[in-house]
Design a protein around this ligand. Structure first.
Ligand code: NAD
Length: 498
């Protein structure tokens, strides 16, 4: 059986002392093993990145960007192969994998602007014969730690920009679907990146803790669940590293009584159940304002869900695939069971879906719709990360907004309405980082930045876009004087001002 290894200093390596099973969630079978890097192996990756840093830092940004152009071409040429790799280990359907890869490539396109993005700021004559400028220098070795649900896109949020800014990188991808992530990093080498600039170590807590505690690692970008994000942020910060740690979510959509209900239902069907709800921007709670809106929404949504098709990743006619592991499937079913025990009403039950022949052992849950959910219920408070849409009934828009603002997560949200004033009030006052107005998945494009509020993000700067340029560089401000011949000032004891 194949073992997925590491990429260290341009070489594929395996560190097979410890391994873990990798499943095909569509069939439930173990299809390969992934090597779990030891502390020593992870330190070798850090050492390779550190050795590659001085000459990469001094490589002109335009030359670095040219490698990214080539990398983008290679990803496009190999897109089908990559999407198959994603589908086999993650379970998402090919059209969804293609969407993820395209959004990842968007980030490479933005990174190709490096020479423009790194231009810095210049002021002439800040004092007599004095000019001043700020430049943005790379940090050194930086690390990325990524989740299973976007094995191509989320790593691409990080390392193209980090590398184009002059840093070298060590990536620790999810151990649950490692193949596409490793393959994509190999394409970057093929695009001409010098050995050691980009390294991948597969692994678990041992590799992560090594990255967090090694003083050669200057910054850490993390995306994953909130408890781990909090651990990463506190450990990395205590060790003096710059850190951004993006966590979990519970994204609410408000359905106003004046909403275009057909549009809201169509939008929510995709946003709640696409990718089996395993997206940090999945809309998992519909807050209907008033019972009329709620009853209409439930009737239309139940009707829409009759045509939902869950099944294997390799059948493009399926709407969504399995969840990632049996353990996760049991956890999602546990949330559905708890909602019933705590007084909510299951309207559409996906606990025993029908799937095609040969896929009976896969990790499937059908689309599930639950009405009369209330704050305080376990299914409402916690992130489910499955194809489950909760409906909460609110008496007014302000009650609905209060509910969202009181929730511990603040990643994404959306309002469906025809009222511009209500929409503007909502976007001004809601305590959430990414807001949609009649747009169910308001994932910012690559030239904006991505990040939630509250316990959905620890740190200041958001992922990708302009914030990433700032995250992966440090500002240096230089003030310079070339006094004209003959003009000489004596010692000045007052604080310099002009
Ligand atoms: P996870 O937190 O279990 O794992 C993320 C990474 O952390 C993996 O690389 C994993 O190996 C590592 N890790 C896990 N446990 C660890 C530990 N105890 N110590 C050190 N490292 C550890 O997350 P996941 O299940 O892979 O991904 C799903 C989660 O990610 C969801 O909560 C989802 O909302 C979140 N997510 C958030 C965003 C965002 O942008 N906010 C995007 C994608 C996913």
């Amino acid at each position: 059986m194949n073992t997925v290894g590491h990429l260290i200093n341009g070489e594929q390596r395996s560190d097979a002392n410890r391994t873990q099973d990798v499943y095909n969630p569509s069939t439930g079978e173990v299809i390969k093993q992934v090597a779990l890097a030891s502390k020593v192996t992870t330190e070798e990756a850090i050492a390779a990145a550190q050795a590659a840093y001085p000459s990469w830092r001094d490589t002109p940004p335009a030359k670095r960007a040219r490698i990214m152009f080539k990398f983008k071409d290679l990803l496009e040429q190999n897109a089908d192969k990559i999407c198959t790799m994603i589908g086999e280990e993650h379970g998402k359907i090919s059209h969804d994998a293609k969407g993820e890869l395209t959004r990842g490539i968007d980030n490479i396109e933005y990174a190709c602007y490096a020479p423009e993005l790194l231009k810095g700021e210049h002021s002439k004559n800040v004092g007599p014969s004095i000019d001043s400028w700020s430049e943005f220098q790379p940090l050194g070795v930086v690390a990325g730690i990524t989740p299973f649900n976007f094995p191509a896109m989320v790593p691409l949020w990080m390392y193209p920009m980090a590398i184009v800014c002059g840093n070298t990188f060590v990536l620790k991808p999810s151990e649950r679907d490692p193949t596409s992530t490793l393959y994509i990093a190999q394409l970057l080498e093929e695009a001409g990146l010098p050995a050691g600039v980009m390294n991948v170590v597969n692994g678990d807590k041992e590799a992560v803790d090594t990255l967090l505690n090694d003083e050669r690692v200057m910054a850490v970008s993390f995306v994953g669940s909130t408890p781990i994000a909090e651990y990463i942020y506190s450990t990395a910060s205590a060790n003096g590293k710059r850190c951004q740690a993006l966590g979990g979510a519970k994204n609410h959509a408000i359905i106003m009584p004046d909403a275009d209900m057909d549009n809201a239902v169509a939008s929510l069907t995709g946003a709640a159940f696409g990718s089996s709800g395993e997206r940090c921007m999945a809309l998992s709670v519909a807050v209907c304002v008033g019972d009329v809106a709620a009853d209409t929404f439930i009737a239309k949504m139940s009707e829409s869900m009759k045509s939902l098709k869950v099944g294997a990743h390799c059948d493009a006619s399926n709407d969504f695939g399995p969840v990632i592991t049996k353990q996760h499937m049991d956890k999602v079913i546990g949330y559905i069971n708890s909602s019933q025990e705590q007084g909510a009403a299951i309207v559409v039950d996906g606990r025993n879906p029908t799937v095609g022949e040969g896929y009976e052992n896969g990790f499937y849950i059908g689309g599930t719709l639950i009405d009369h959910v209330k704050p305080g219920m376990t299914c409402y408070e916690e992130e489910i990360f499955g194809p489950v849409l909760l409906v909460v009934r609110a008496e007014s828009m302000s009650d609905a907004m209060q509910m969202i603002n009181d929730h511990e997560y603040g990643n994404g949200t959306c309002i469906f309405t025809r009222d511009g004033e209500a929409a503007r009030y909502f976007s001004d006052n809601i305590l959430v980082g990414m807001v949609g107005i009649n747009v169910p998945l308001p994932v910012p494009v690559s030239y904006h930045s991505f990040g939630g509020w509250k316990r959905s993000l620890f740190g200041d700067l958001h992922a990708y876009g302009p914030d990433a340029v700032r995250f992966y560089t440090k500002r240096k401000t230089i003030t310079q004087r070339w006094p004209s011949a003959g003009i000489r000032e004596g010692a000045q004891f007052s604080f310099p001002s002009n």
